[in-house]
Design a protein around this ligand. Structure first.
Ligand code: ADP
Ligand code: MG
Length: 204
């Protein structure tokens, strides 16, 4: 199973461009309930992946995803680095299992569970998990790309009503309520970038 080089390169670029365009917004969200660096962290991660896009595009898809995960851990830093990194590394490991038979939604479920274990977090804690699980659910239900994007954006905005129980925002307690979680927002933006790209480049 070879990662389709053009597709993977395009997806990497779509993610990089979206994060670059929204970096200030992500930092502003993080300033409200964290330390203001989420946009900068994510941008650094995307730039690092872009720098090796030729190399990863020549790999088999599971290897490429795992390599991207390693790069994200090393480059994003903070709390989000190990979490986004785990997501990609576990996706790669799951897709490598022959019994997965390229079932992206099942692989994604396992990968998100690994992120939850890593962060000792769960749905409702006001984190990126509050977008990842709904996106996986939409994917498992064969929703359209447009519906997956809508679900991601809706889920990210719903984090405003939540009280943070994990990460820096949890130090604020009740005062974290009323603000969208930065990690949930970056997750929705990346979901949008990926879905839009795949919609435009789906095989005829
Ligand atoms: P840091 O908090 O170290 O500055 P970032 O600002 O880059 O790292 O990322 C913050 C985001 O990481 C949060 O908005 C949240 O979505 C996510 N996050 C933080 N801690 C956890 C955790 N324990 N489990 C899941 N997600 C978390
Ligand atoms: Mg931060």
């Amino acid at each position: 199973m070879q990662a389709e080089p053009v597709l993977l390169t395009g997806l990497i670029e779509a993610c990089r461009a979206t994060i670059a365009a929204n970096s200030d917004h992500l930092c502003a969200l993080d300033r409200a309930i964290g330390d203001g660096d989420h946009g900068t962290n994510m941008r650094r991660g995307c730039d690092a992946v872009s720098a090796e896009e030729t190399q990863v595009s020549s790999m088999a898809l599971p290897d490429a995803l795992e390599q991207i995960g390693v790069t994200l851990v090393m480059s994003i830093g903070g709390a989000a680095g190990p979490l986004y990194g785990t997501l990609l590394m576990e996706m790669g490991r799951e897709l490598r299992k022959p019994e997965r038979n390229l079932d992206f939604s099942a692989a994604l479920k396992q990968a998100i569970d690994a992120v939850a274990r890593r962060g000792r977090s769960r749905v409702g804690d006001k984190t990126l998990l509050d977008v990842l699980y709904p996106v996986q659910d939409a994917l498992a239900n064969h929703s359209s790309f447009a519906d997956i994007v809508h679900r991601a954006e809706f889920s990210a905005s719903n984090t405003a009503a939540m009280r943070a129980r994990r990460g820096r925002a949890s130090y604020l307690g009740e005062r974290s309520i009323g603000h969208v979680d930065p990690g949930a927002s970056s997750c929705a933006l990346l979901t949008m970038a990926i879905c839009r790209y795949l919609e435009e480049h789906r095989p005829a």
